[in-house]
Design a protein around this ligand. Sequence first.
Ligand code: NDP
Length: 310
Amino acid sequence: MPVNVLFSARPALWPVYEPLLSEGLRAAGLEFHLATDMPPDQVDYVVYAPNGGLSDFTPLTRLKAVLSLWAGIESISGNQTLTVPLARMVDHGLTEGMTEWVVGHVLRYHLGMDTHITRQDGTWAPEAPPLAADRHVCILGLGTLGEAAARALAALNFNVTGWSRTPKGIPGIRCEHGAEGLRAALSQAEIVVLLLPDTAATQNILNAETLTLLPKGARIINPGRGPLIDDEALLAALNSGQIGHATLDVFRVEPLPADHPYWAHPNVTVTPHIASETRPPTAAQVICENIRRGEAGEPFLHLVDRQLGY
Ligand code: NDP
């Protein structure tokens, strides 16, 4: 009997993924039926993205697993109709893209690039930036994406501190964890990068209190998720100068509404949720490997802990 795989994502992705998934499933030696529509009670696996329109999994009575195309799964992890394993996306291409984006934006702040791009007024003010070794960068979240970014920044000699829920040991990175660790991680951070998932425990992790733990003029880079930051508190901190500048890629409401104060703030850069994205050639391999595992009775990769929400 073939394995039935329902592709439930943005329709524009179907022509991209259909050949890649077909090739991967064939290479795994599986007989399969892959489609964007099929009777619900025949679906074995769902390849899932939130914009595919699937929200009630109850009719999918023989479903074995949901395989997310997205790394962030906050829109599905609390779905009560989903009772089978949920795997999130860990994709080499997505990780590479995020590392490049984070390093680029950290370097923008570190080197003071904006000063020399915007000030073409004849001012000759020779002031070289410090070396990376003298710059403290803090990464909140040391998972797949946070650790890769932390390692890349450490390779450039930045003074990197990372923060996670559980203790870690990563060569070249000062690792902190838990509530006390957060204070220690933020206290010296001139540049903070948020690469945490959106869960009940991480929402508003940067708030009126934690923003004051940072050195005055610190910069914030958020490619994680919008709810990680208390927006009112950040705007107040930007207006007081406690925070020097923020680069925000993700927001509570996306697209960011046209009248949101972030758009007009002189010390905010808004990017439209483009820090990184799942890359189909590598992501399709991850999906196919998980289907192969499911059919072989082997444990799935990258399973979400539904209690923790990531
Ligand atoms: P992971 O699940 O691999 O890592 C999450 C990290 O956050 C882990 O280090 C985890 O700690 C830590 N964490 C979770 N909860 C807490 C907590 N309560 N306190 C402290 N640390 C905590 O996720 P990824 O690295 O793959 O992705 C991170 C996020 O990036 C995604 O959830 C998504 O929201 C976002 N993203 C954004 C994209 C964009 O284009 N803007 C693209 C892709 C992802 P521990 O290691 O101890 O478990």
